[in-house]
Design a protein around this ligand. Structure first.
Ligand SMILES: Cc1cc2nc3c(=O)[nH]c(=O)nc-3n(C[C@H](O)[C@H](O)[C@H](O)COP(=O)(O)OP(=O)(O)OC[C@H]3O[C@@H](n4cnc5c(N)ncnc54)[C@H](O)[C@@H]3O)c2cc1C
Length: 306
């Protein structure tokens, strides 16, 4: 492959982003970069620095509201070569772009329990580590051993989980705008794959019943209060009488009030209006101030390398 072809695979200009978000909303990236190696990623950093552009890293866009209009930045999405899982002894090493449901399946085949909950979380390992994604039945912190991260200054290091300050839907990685390249997880292979498969099926069936999975959505809009121990957001939003409230094609889901769905051509503005309304009306009704889980791009993002 010549240098020009390699460059054109790595960088694309003026790329519509809606198809990179599960909400199917988003404007146009000035540049979309798809690195397939750490060297590529270093080139992306150099490219952005030379042009004075910020870098925003995205995964599957399943927790993301991307602004309408032009995103004047290099939006970076790790390519297929970052979607790997390698097993060595009792450790599994996964690349940043590895989908969580795929990792869950690999662990199942090895009889490793503790990953079942990942089956229904449609994001990538990189984002999941940064967010400390999880459900009632577990979270990333439970199995994570290390994460290899690139800090905003470009230095790469492998950090033990104790250095990452993982908390309910957050971490030091997210706070500092660092980027996860790879992570290692404990693989305790003592369970029966068929039993794990059954648990995963049950989780999926429950999600199918509870969540509006047939429509474009972005998972939970708000974090459960009190670090996941407080009242359920869906119940608070429903009690505030907001189920089915619409703005444009954006709607608070009938099925689960902590979900917003896109019924066709919703804009980021429509979704933000609904999110603000949910927060304000729940606060007026209950005194509980909900904190957003859904991340706004670019608003909530420290440019990876300014
Ligand atoms: C139907 C549905 C159900 C869901 N259920 C759950 C659930 O049960 N539990 C849960 O926790 N989440 C859930 N989610 C939300 C979402 O799947 C998770 O938050 C997931 O971890 C986001 O991964 P992503 O790859 O889509 O990240 P994106 O949405 O693309 O990005 C999310 C954030 O992570 C950052 N990021 C992305 N990649 C990296 C990286 N390599 N390094 C550092 N930061 C990075 C981005 O900058 C952004 O701030 C659900 C979403 C949907 C649509």
């Amino acid at each position: 492959m010549n240098c020009e072809t390699a460059q054109s695979l790595l960088f694309r200009e003026r790329v519509p982003l809606a198809s990179f978000s599960t909400l199917r909303i988003g404007g146009t990236a000035h540049v979309l970069a798809t690195p397939n190696s750490v060297d590529d990623f270093i080139s992306v950093r150099r490219f952005a620095n030379q042009r004075g552009l910020p870098i925003y890293v995205i995964g599957k866009g399943s927790n993301l509201l991307i602004d309408d209009g032009l995103i004047k930045a290099v939006v970076c999405r790790f390519g297929a070569d970052f979607s790997y899982a390698r097993i060595t002894g009792d450790v599994v090493t996964a690349g940043a772009a590895m989908p969580m449901p795929k990792l869950a399946k690999i662990c199942m085949h090895h009889g490793a329990s503790g990953y079942e909950w990942m089956a229904g979380v449609p994001g990538t390992v990189g984002a999941a580590v940064a967010i400390n994604a999880g459900t009632h039945d577990g979270c990333i912190r439970d199995q994570l051993l290390t994460a290899t991260v690139m800090a905003r200054n470009g230095s790469i290091s492998c950090k033990p989980v104790s250095d990452l300050q993982l908390r309910y839907r957050g971490s030091r990685i997210l706070d500092t705008g660092a980027c996860v390249l790879e992570a290692t997880f404990r693989l305790t292979t003592s369970a029966c794959p068929a039993a794990i498969r059954e648990t995963m099926r049950a989780y999926m069936a429950e999600r199918q019943r509870k969540f509006p999975l047939g429509l474009a959505n972005c998972g939970s809009v708000f974090k459960r209060p009190d670090a996941g121990e407080g009242p359920y957001c869906g119940q608070l939003i429903e009690a505030a009488g907001l189920k089915a409230l619409q703005r444009g094609d954006a709607e608070i889901s009938e099925r689960h009030a902590n979900f917003i769905v896109n019924r066709g051509h919703a804009s980021a503005d429509d979704v933000r209006w609904l999110v603000d309304t949910m927060r304000d009306r729940v606060f007026q009704a209950t005194g509980v101030l909900l904190e957003r889980e859904l991340r706004y791009l670019p608003h909530d993002h420290k440019p990876a390398f300014a």
